[in-house]
Structure formats: structure tokens, C-alpha cells
Write a protein that binds this ligand. Structure first.
Ligand SMILES: Nc1ncnc2c1ncn2[C@@H]1O[C@H](COP(=O)(O)OP(=O)(O)O)[C@@H](O)[C@H]1O
Ligand SMILES: [Mg+2]
Length: 240
């Protein structure tokens, strides 16, 4: 579903944010990307949803080679990827309901379907009683539920979440993680970047750890990372 081979990403001329990263995330997996601040987690996710382009190496998402993708194809690829952020990024001037309807309209959903689908997805995230509220009248946890509803309303194959619980207290963070788990159980591939190790330990999922732009461990392939760094690219593709 997501395959990276020897990916490099620079910001500016000198600074290398991602330094030869190879990984394979299979369809239907739930994977955490962890590592300290500045390790390259956000950059990795941005490359998956085409917000940043790799400078070198190859990235395949849903069978498409992102380095060969033309600009015009990016919106089509993004339809298959829902994204959730730490700061929710909801449209404050629109109601909860209209935030979802907007996401449906953007991809050309027929008007006759939007109301029912918006209602259904808000029920899935437990917010049917808040449809007429405005984002800033909701708690952080509720706002994140709306953001998740918006991310999955078009049934993406992949859901990406970048520090989705970074602004939430611990109990609410666990609720958001349960919601992501429910989405995963329904068949979506879920990739979550977080430096919250408490959550990572409780969820018992695959964990890919980045440090300084490199993958330093992957619970799915413990043996691969005992080898030399330059052999990882050879070993990784055989996993799965
Ligand atoms: N747009 C940018 N321009 C320059 N440097 C950046 C940019 N985005 C991120 N960086 C740098 O790249 C490194 C990795 O950042 P990031 O991917 O955001 O890491 P993380 O999400 O793990 O904290 C950091 O050193 C960061 O300062
Ligand atoms: Mg980040």
C-alpha cells in the first residue's frame, strides 16, 4: 500500500530531513511512526500525501509512483488519503455538518447523497448531537472527532494522522485512538505519527521509529535492523 525505497528529503541545499528511508506498510495495517521532535515524522507523512516531494528514492502509494506523478494527478491520489492534524484544521465559519458536507462536495459527491453521508459519518464518531454546532464551541476531543469524520467521509484507503492527540489530555487521547482503531477495523490502512509513547505502548501495534531522518527500529522486522544500514534497503522489500 505504501512502499518507500531509499527516500531522501532535503530542505534547502544542505539540510537532510530524511536520509535514505525504506519501509513497507501493507494494506490494512495500523502503524505508528515515532521518534523525537525533528526526527522527520511529519516530513515522512507529507511525502505520502504529496505535500512534499522526495528528492531521491522511490515512493509507491496505492500502486502509484509519486515521483512520476504529474501535478494534475495529485487531487486524485489525495481522494484515497484522509489526513488528520494536531490542530484539527476545521473551517471555523462553518458548522460541524457543513465542514463535512464541504469535504463531500469538493470531490463531487452528488448533492442528493451529501446530507445522508454527513449524518452517517457524524454518527460513527458519536457527534450526531453536535451537527449544528460551530467548531470553536466544541472541546478539543470533539473537534478532533469532526476532523476524523471529515477525513474518512470519502472512504479513503489510507488514513494519516500527524500527532492527532498532541493537543488533547490523556483520557480524550485514548478515546481518539479507539476511534482510529475502529476505522482501522473497517479496513482502512492507518498511519499515526506520535511521540506519545504511552499511547504507543497501550495500542500494541507495529511501531516504526525514526531518529535524525533514519529508521532506527521497526517492530515488524526486528532482524532487518541488526544488519548494516546500507543493507536495509535490500532486506526490507522481502518483508511481507
Ligand atoms: N519546511 C521546512 N523547511 C525547513 N526545514 C524543515 C521544514 N519542515 C521541517 N523541517 C526540518 O526537518 C526536520 C524534520 O522535521 P519534521 O518532519 O517536522 O519532524 P517531526 O515531525 O519528527 O518533528 C526538522 O529538523 C525540521 O526543523
Ligand atoms: Mg511533526
Amino acid at each position: 500500500m505504501i512502499r518507500m525505497s531509499n527516500v531522501q528529503k532535503r530542505y534547502g541545499r544542505e539540510f537532510r530531513a530524511i536520509k535514505g528511508l525504506s519501509l513497507h506498510i501493507r494494506r490494512g495495517e495500523f502503524v505508528f511512526i515515532t521518534g523525537p521532535s525533528g526526527a522527520g515524522k511529519t516530513t515522512l507523512l507529507k511525502m505520502i500525501y504529496c505535500e512534499q516531494k522526495a528528492d531521491d528514492g522511490e515512493i509507491l502509494v496505492n500502486g502509484r509512483n509519486l515521483s512520476r506523478l504529474r501535478r494534475g494527478s495529485i487531487p486524485y491520489l489525495r481522494r484515497n488519503i484522509g489526513v488528520v492534524f494536531q490542530d484539527f484544521k476545521l473551517i471555523h465559519s462553518k458548522s460541524v455538518f457543513d465542514n463535512i458536507v464541504f469535504a463531500l462536495r469538493v470531490v463531487g459527491t452528488p448533492k442528493s447523497d451529501t446530507k445522508r453521508r454527513a449524518w452517517d459519518v457524524l454518527r460513527r464518531v458519536g457527534l450526531q448531537h453536535k451537527i449544528n454546532s460551530y467548531p470553536l464551541c466544541l472541546s478539543g476531543g470533539e473537534q478532533q472527532r469532526v476532523a476524523i469524520a471529515r477525513a474518512v467521509v470519502n472512504d479513503p484507503a489510507i488514513l494519516i494522522a500527524d500527532e492527532p492527540t498532541g493537543n488533547l489530555d490523556a483520557a480524550v487521547a485514548d478515546e481518539i485512538m479507539s476511534l482510529l482503531e475502529e476505522i482501522h477495523v473497517r479496513g482502512t490502512t492507518v498511519v499515526v505519527a506520535t511521540h506519545n509513547m504511552g499511547i504507543v505502548h497501550r495500542m500494541k501495534k507495529r511501531v516504526i521509529r525514526l531518529e535524525d531522518g533514519k529508521c532506527v527500529s521497526d517492530t515488524d522486522a526486528p532482524d532487518a535492523f541488526e544488519l548494516d544500514e546500507d543493507k536495509i534497503a535490500l532486506v526490507k522489500p522481502s518483508v511481507g
